[in-house]
Design a binder for this molecule. Structure first.
Ligand code: PEP
Ligand code: MG
Length: 776
């Protein structure tokens, strides 16, 4: 899979397409001279000034300046050749202000021929920069953070050539080491207060823990930046890659990697270790004169910066795997040791890290790893899937966690509420320990409900189904005693492969899923690819707005062979057994008709071949696009069931990107508008006698599940990890009373009904969380 790791879309080599490895490039010559200055026994400021002077003369620039980032997102001019020297340590810009601030904000090179005409230009009279027109700026990046900006300027209006851009980026790599070696700047970056603090984050994997903090600052130090012979470095890189691949293979062979989910994650990870674009880019950077380790680091920094700007979750998470692989490569190249393998690890610890890769998680001794706190992290990242599978509590998006925590600090992690207490006071610690004990007892009580019927207090049966994506997920059916699979996301099986599975492979997979379900119904959703779910082997054009783009049924109808293959595989896999097929993202009935026509042809073909057709065959549509609601009369005549995809429905009803972290919590599913929509849908399906279910994340949350039951939903499909909690809600709620209460809320002009519903649940003894369920 080719992932553009540098924002250039994997285009031509910056070093030029035909360059021979041993050729002595201007960039390498400059690098060599810079390194000579690095070795001189001079003071820090003088070293920086000399470096800046050399860069200016080598790039034939009238100005070269370095800005360092200081607390409060300020960029301070730290050295300059060409600007008024009185401006040094005086001129300051905010990150995002002016062209220099822009470089620091985006982490991308700015190359403009007439800076003064650029709307982003911010004039600072004390610098005397009015004389200069062209400007080239590059970010100075260390450990994925932008710690400064280096700029060259010229009077003449010109766009800097590609080799000049490349040279400045290399200079920036070196300047990162120089800025990092300034003790004042370093101290400013890491200043941990010793008092107790409380940090907030997003729950990624449920649970709670109290243990010692183990800050995991990767930032592997690269001391050897420059190398004489690129060929030698390429060989070192290739050797390290080979050993990296061997280590991932060894991980796959670990006895504890027994569940399919963990295996699928590692298989995907192994695929990234073979990513051609990533390897090519590192080799190209070596050609500019950097050592193998410096090249790995530079590409890793670029990957990190790119991640920060991606809104596409799937791509961001795949890039996270590359960052993790780069760390492992760096360890191999520098002969370092993974922090997970240190001998002095505490008995029980909570890892605090910017981000963590799936392999890094597996490096830790699972018996001691009590929890994980990440500054980044996302709900669908591989590491999150693993943490959930292994039952390790994990929080993400905990801002500046590493800045606030020192090794050995006591940490109380409250996964349920998304909170981390650093150096908690005795009271907090005591309370957390009690709550941990109670939680463990209640977990046992939850599990005790598994074999009780899924019936409300007033005797209404609620079918609780599971969402699944891999064969291994089917195991949960028995484990939690669910009624079936309400949503089988077929596309995920396509996404973890490195090539398109043909009809036979698909048939085998689906048959295995049906076998494993052992007679319980499975609702197979046809491919929902596109948007954030991309197939590595299938290039689709880049879209401005992929969530509303060429995805799901749209793509299937435009590529009918793909839809036909999948429907054929499903029909054949059923081999006369019952089959449920569901089409995603249907926006109008005509789309469903077109898909059904393909299905009918496959059924005919099967009959003609003398093979059994599924019996009964039920077809359904996902309701995710609001427009479909206004074609319900026609839709209800055609389908056996409708399943609400609340994730997408919410995003389209509110015009609110479901993957944008800035918008988390902006609108609430428990709002009058959303609930009114769902209530009307329930009534219309009920009148038509058509089965209705809901399979988005909404069904997995206790308060939301309670509300859905009150609205009249009788089928919910949810994540296995949330099953027990939702079952507890079912068994403690009274449908009738809740429905009447809800009738009073639909018209309220409020942002959310969450607080009122929670209060209702608490007052009426609904088990909304672990602590409300009585112990036996
Ligand atoms: C949904 O949109 O709610 C849904 C279940 O589909 P997905 O999350 O796979 O898009
Ligand atoms: Mg969806």
């Amino acid at each position: 899979m080719a992932i553009p790791v540098d924002g250039r879309g994997g285009g031509a080599s910056p070093a030029g397409p035909e360059r021979r490895p041993s050729e002595f490039t201007p960039a390498r010559r400059l690098l060599r001279r810079l390194v000579e200055i690095m070795a001189l026994p001079i003071m820090w400021q003088e070293r920086l000034d000399r470096l800046v002077g050399l860069v200016a003369s080598d790039l034939v620039a009238e100005v070269c300046s370095v800005y360092a980032r200081r607390p409060g997102d300020i960029l301070e001019l730290f050295s300059s050749q060409g600007l008024n020297l009185t401006a040094v340590h005086l001129t300051r810009l905010r990150v995002g202000e002016g062209l220099v601030g822009q470089v620091a904000l985006d982490g991308e090179v700015v190359n403009v021929s007439d800076a003064k005409q650029d709307p982003r230009f911010a004039y600072r009279p004390e610098t005397g920069e009015e004389a200069y027109s062209s400007l080239l700026g590059a970010p100075i990046v260390r450990d994925g953070q932008i710690i400064g900006v280096v700029v060259v300027q010229n009077q003449a209006k010109r766009v800097y050539a590609e080799d000049e851009v490349e040279a400045l980026q290399i200079v920036a790599t070196l300047l990162a080491e120089v800025l990092a070696s300034n003790p004042d700047l370093s101290r400013e970056r890491i200043s941990a207060p010793a008092s107790p603090i409380r940090l907030e984050g997003v729950r990624l994997s449920d649970g709670a823990a109290i243990a010692e903090a183990l800050p995991h600052r990767t930032g592997i130090k690269v001391t050897r930046v420059v190398a004489d012979d690129p060929e030698v470095e390429v060989r070192r890189l290739d050797k390290a890659i080979a050993s990296l691949r061997a280590s991932v293979d060894a991980m796959l062979a670990l006895p504890e990697i027994d569940t399919g989910e963990q295996r699928e994650v590692l298989e995907a990870y192994r695929m990234f270790a073979r990513d051609a674009g990533w390897l090519r880019r590192m080799r190209e950077v070596i050609q500019t004169g950097l050592s193998a380790e410096a090249a790995v680091k530079q590409v890793q920094d670029q990957t990190r910066l790119r991640m920060a700007h991606l809104t596409d979750d799937y791509l961001r998470e795949r890039l996270l795997d590359l960052v993790d692989l780069a760390d492992r490569l760096l360890l191999i190249l520098t002969g370092g040791m993974s922090p997970a393998q240190a001998e002095d690890l505490p008995e029980s610890f909570i890892v605090i890290a910017r981000s963590l890769g799936p392999a890094e998680l597996l490096d830790f001794d699972r018996k001691r790893l009590a929890g994980i706190v990440l500054e980044e992290g996302s709900p669908t990242a591989h590491v999150t899937i693993l943490a959930r599978a292994l039952g390790i509590p994990m929080l993400g998006r905990v801002e500046s966690a590493l800045v606030h925590v020192e090794r050995g600090d006591l940490i109380a992690l409250d996964g349920q509420n998304g909170l981390v207490y650093v150096r908690p006071s005795e009271d907090v610690e005591q309370a957390m320990r009690l709550s941990l004990d109670a939680r463990a007892a209640r977990k046992r009580a939850f599990a005790g409900l598994r074999h009780e019927p899924s019936v409300t207090r007033d005797g209404v049966s609620i079918r609780l189904m599971l969402n699944a994506a891999f064969l291994i997920d089917i195991d949960h059916l028995e484990a939690v005693n669910a009624d079936g699979i309400g949503l089988y996301r077929t596309e995920l099986g396509f996404m973890v492969r490195d090539r398109y599975p043909d009809v036979h492979e698909q048939e085998k997979t689906y048959a295995a899923v049906m076998d494993a379900a052992n007679g319980k119904p499975v609702t197979f959703r046809t491919l929902d690819v596109g948007s954030d779910k991309l197939l590595p082997y299938w290039k689709v054009p880049r879209e401005e707005n992929p969530a509303m783009g060429w995805r799901a049924i749209r793509l299937s109808l435009d590529r009918p062979a793909m839809l036909r293959d999948q429907l054929r595989a499903l029909v054949r896999a059923a081999a006369g057994r019952p089959l449920r097929i569901m089409f995603p993202m249907i926006a109008e009935v005509a789309e469903l008709d077109a898909a059904l026509a393909v299905l009918d042809r496959e059924l005919d073909r099967t009959r003609k071949a003398g093979l059994p057709v599924p019996e009964p065959l039920q077809v359904g549509a996902m309701l995710e696009v609001p427009a479909l609601y206004w074609q319900l009369p026609a839709l209800l005549k055609r389908v056996d069931f409708i399943s609400v995809g609340s994730n997408d429905l919410g995003q389209f009803l509110f015009a609110c990107d479901r993957g944008n972290p800035e918008l988390i919590g902006r609108y609430d599913a428990l709002s009058p508008a959303f609930l009114t929509f769902l209530r009307d849908l329930v009534l219309r399906c009920r009148t038509a006698g058509v089965e209705l279910s809901l399979c988005g994340e909404m069904a997995s949350r206790p308060l939301e599940a309670m509300t859905l039951i009150g609205l009249g939903f009788r089928n919910l499909s949810l994540m296995p990890g949330d099953f027990d909690a939702v079952k507890a809600v079912v068994r403690s709620v009274t449908c009738g009373g809740l429905a009447s209460y809800l009738d009073r809320l639909y018209e309220l002009p409020v942002h959310s009904l969450r607080a009122s519903l929670r209060e209702y649940g608490m007052d009426h003894g609904v088990y909304l969380n672990a602590s409300s369920i009585p112990l036996p």
